[in-house]
Structures are given as structure tokens and as C-alpha cells.
Design a protein around this ligand. Structure first.
Ligand SMILES: [Zn+2]
Ligand SMILES: [Zn+2]
Length: 477
């Protein structure tokens, strides 16, 4: 009888019921739309439905429409007891602020941070690829790594172990899926030789195998194949690297394990067999991953079930600050399937909090800003209008303020730990902001007239541990 696992499953079940109402409430939001994380049409309707985004006069007119619809359709019999019953046809959604033909005072955002090593227009693309690997790292079988290291690997002219491992593990995850779907990559008599070259992939052959894989299906993006045939991949620019990685991540997101992970309710779906001996029995569950163990298989062996939360040795070694301590509570409960944005400002720019940074993306997705330090964040907040134009956005930002500040402080302290004797970019940036605040206080000047900061130290962001450091930390489960 698997005693322990029964206990844990029932516990999980109770939690499942607990969050059940939340799941029903969020309805369609819990469906995952892969590949549409950024800038899709549903987001616009979110904003349109949000009464907080409207100006007071519009809210009034909305009420008026509501009253009319009551009398027009005389639905009083339906709407006596329950507020949940929809009364008559929905009033037309008000236009979002930025689409209305009215003069809006322009909202000038503070200059973007520049601490990530990648050129700033790529920052959000990098973050979106990084987030998939962070969120599904158990399925990709990658150890956690920081976005700063990922940026360094992307910008490095040489081939780094981090970049190699990322490509190989994504490709392996895709090949596992092809295997389970019994895909043939060529004529039957060549099947074995093709499979051998695919599965015996190593750090030297992966790029060639990736090219072969791309050639196997004419429906795959020709641009990606083009990069792999014309360039000496991965010895190319960041744009090409991101295009190839985006393809791999997209392919990975449509595999069955990811789909199962999305559909599963509750935080963790535990394995059936012990990770060490692969047998059944009384199994001890890890608090943070799906692994289960016999008490005697754990190193060192246990006699009694631990009274406190217990973590397996892999999770213990994977406690990477800046990654595993920045997981949202929604994600921990298993109800977050896609990254949610905070809302829109008056120009329709979207605000995200990803990888310890506040990202802002304009409506067309052509311009990106991001803010890394608490001071930068507060400057953005100070420019938003919480009474009229950015009511809902400010509400969301203030609601999450504590967590945002905690994670941003973490970035600053991580930077300080790694910067050695040098001054970091973030310190200079903060000092600049302090100086400007002081000046504007003295002169009574409006903040908008400030000059933009020009002092930018080349590569001062020293948050990146070198790629050599990361190399050893990689392990496959
Ligand atoms: Zn065992
Ligand atoms: Zn674990």
C-alpha cells in the first residue's frame, strides 16, 4: 500500500477543491494560448471590459445604458434574486482611452534601464523565451538559470555551455514527443540510421541535427532552416539565435507533456515510482517537484517521515536565488498558465512584470522599455495618473507593489554580490535618479523637463556570473 503517497494526494485534492472556485472564476483565462503570449486580440477586450479604465463620465453613460436596457426588455422577472443572471443584451463596450478622439496629455515614460546585456529592443523577446524555459524547466530538464546569464550567453560570440544545453534539451524534448507520436523521419529502410544520428546528439553535433530536424518537415518555418544552412550556427548574431530559439520553444510548447501540465489541476502531479529504484511502495513526496522516494532510498536514508516540508536533493541544489524564489503564488498553486499583464496606460502600452523587471510594450509591439530597480519603478509610478487615465493599471501595480519591490531589491543585491570592486550600472543609474530628484526639488522644476541620463557604463552590469561558472551546474534529471 503506498501509504504516504495516498496521504499527499488527498492533501492535494483538498487544495484542489480550495482553488476550484478560483478556477471557475477565471474561466477562459485558464486556457493556454501558446504563441500568443504577447500582443493578442483578447487583451484588448480585457481593457475594454474594465470599468476602471474608463473616465468617470463614461462610467455614467454606461449606467444610463444599463437602465435603458432594463426598461426596454423588461427582464425584471429574471433579475430579481440573482446578480449573476445577465440582464438583457450587453451594453456596447466603451472604447479604450487611446482609441477615443480626444486630446490626451502625453505620457512620457522615464528612460528605460539598460542593465540586461542584450540590446534593449530584444529584451522582451529574450524574456518571453526565458520564461517558457523557467516555467517548464522540469519538462525541458534544465537546471534553473538567471535571465542575466541567458542574456550573456546570447551575446557571447563563442559557443557557451548554457546556450548549448538550452538548444540540446529543447531539441531532445521535441524528439521525445516525435518518438511518442511514432514519427518517421525518412524511408523505413533508413529509419535506424536516421534515429541513431538524431538520438546520439552531443555538444558538437547538435546544430547539424537541428538542421536535419528542420529539413524533415516542409511546414516548418523556412527562415529558421535558412539560418541553419547559411550561417555557422550558433556562431551568429542575437537576432538569428532568438529566431531559432523561438522556433524550438514554440515546438516544445505544443508537446503532450506541456499540454498535460497545463490541463492538470493543482500544484504538482507526483510520479508513481521511486526516483532511485523505480519501484512502488510507501513514497515520500518532494515539496517542490514531482519526485517521490522511498525513505530508505533517500541519501542519507530516513527512518521516519519528516515532520516539516521536505525537498529532494535536486531541488535543494537548484535553489538559485533570483529564479526559484521569484515564483508567483499563482504559479505555485498551478493555476497560472500564461503570463498576465498588469494593464494599459493611456496610450495603450502594456505593462508586464517578468524576470524581476517591469516591462512596458507599446501597442504595436515595436518599442520596449524596462525598469530594474526600485527607484526606476517608483519613477514610472509617479508619472502615471492614478485618478483618471491609469486608474486600473495603478491599482494593479500598487496591489503587487510589495512583491515587485522585493524582487527588484533582490536583483540589486544579486548585482552587488557579483560586481566585485567595480561600480555596477544599477548603482550609477540609481545615483543619477537621486541626483535628478534632488535637483528638481531644489529648482522646483517639473520632472518632465529633465535631461535623459547619458552616463552609461559599458558592460557595467556585473550580475552575470561567467558562463564557465554555469557550466558545472547543469544536470539532467
Ligand atoms: Zn526507492
Ligand atoms: Zn524535488
Amino acid at each position: 500500500m503506498p501509504l504516504l503517497i495516498t496521504f499527499f494526494i488527498s492533501l492535494w485534492f483538498i487544495q484542489g477543491i480550495d482553488i476550484g472556485c478560483v478556477l471557475i472564476d477565471i474561466g477562459y483565462e485558464s486556457e493556454y494560448h501558446y504563441g500568443s503570449d504577447f500582443g493578442d486580440s483578447t487583451d484588448k477586450s480585457d481593457a475594454e471590459d474594465d470599468p476602471l479604465l474608463m473616465s468617470p463620465s463614461e462610467t455614467d453613460s454606461l449606467d444610463a445604458v444599463d437602465h435603458e436596457s432594463d426598461s426596454d426588455f423588461s427582464l425584471s422577472s429574471y433579475s430579481t434574486n440573482s446578480n449573476h443572471v445577465r440582464r438583457g443584451p450587453r451594453p456596447p463596450s466603451p472604447e479604450p482611452l487611446w482609441l477615443q478622439p480626444r486630446e490626451l496629455p502625453p505620457l512620457e515614460l522615464p528612460p528605460t534601464s539598460d542593465d540586461l546585456l542584450v540590446p534593449q529592443p530584444y529584451a522582451l523577446r529574450v524574456a518571453s523565451i526565458y520564461e517558457v524555459m523557467r516555467r517548464f524547466r522540469n519538462l525541458v530538464r534544465l537546471s534553473p538559470f538567471r535571465i542575466e546569464d541567458f542574456c550573456a550567453a546570447l551575446m557571447c560570440d563563442e559557443q557557451s555551455n548554457l546556450l548549448t544545453e538550452i538548444h540540446m534539451m529543447l531539441l531532445k524534448a521535441i524528439l521525445r514527443e516525435e518518438d511518442s507520436q511514432a514519427t518517421h523521419f525518412g524511408p523505413l529502410d533508413q529509419k535506424d540510421s536516421i534515429n541513431i544520428s538524431l538520438y546520439l546528439m552531443d555538444t558538437f553535433t547538435w546544430a547539424e541535427i537541428l538542421r536535419k530536424y528542420l529539413e524533415s518537415d516542409a511546414n516548418f518555418d523556412r527562415n529558421v532552416l535558412n539560418i541553419l544552412t547559411t550561417k555557422e550556427y550558433p556562431f551568429c548574431g542575437i537576432d538569428e539565435r532568438l529566431t531559432v530559439l523561438q522556433f524550438l520553444v514554440d515546438q516544445f510548447l505544443i508537446t503532450t507533456p506541456v499540454r498535460d501540465d497545463m490541463l492538470q489541476e493543482g500544484p504538482i502531479h507526483y510520479d508513481d515510482h521511486c526516483r532511485i529504484c523505480h519501484r512502488l511502495g510507501d513514497l515520500l513526496c518532494c515539496e517542490t517537484c514531482p519526485a517521490v522516494f522511498h525513505l530508505e532510498c533517500v541519501d542519507p536514508p530516513l527512518v521516519d517521515v519528516p515532520t516539516e516540508d521536505w525537498q529532494c536533493s535536486i531541488c535543494k541544489t537548484h535553489k538559485l536565488s533570483g529564479v526559484v524564489d521569484c515564483v508567483s503564488s499563482q504559479e505555485k498553486q498551478g493555476i497560472l498558465c500564461r503570463q498576465e499583464h498588469f494593464g494599459f496606460d493611456r496610450h495603450g502600452r502594456k505593462y508586464w512584470f517578468i524576470a524581476r523587471r517591469l516591462f512596458v510594450e507599446n501597442e504595436e509591439g515595436t518599442e520596449i522599455w524596462y525598469y530594474t530597480t526600485v527607484k526606476q519603478f517608483e519613477r514610472v509610478l509617479a508619472r502615471l495618473d492614478e485618478n483618471e487615465f491609469e486608474v486600473s493599471l495603478c491599482h494593479e501595480l500598487n496591489e503587487n507593489r510589495e512583491e515587485i519591490v522585493r524582487q527588484m531589491t533582490l536583483t540589486e543585491s544579486l548585482t552587488n554580490q557579483h560586481k566585485g570592486g567595480k561600480k555596477s550600472y544599477l548603482e550609477i543609474e540609481n545615483a543619477n535618479i537621486e541626483k535628478m530628484e534632488k535637483e528638481s526639488q531644489e529648482n522646483g522644476r517639473n520632472e518632465d523637463t529633465e535631461k535623459t541620463e547619458e552616463e552609461k557604463m559599458d558592460g557595467a552590469e556585473s550580475n552575470q556570473s561567467t558562463d564557465m561558472d554555469i557550466d558545472n551546474e547543469f544536470s539532467t534529471f
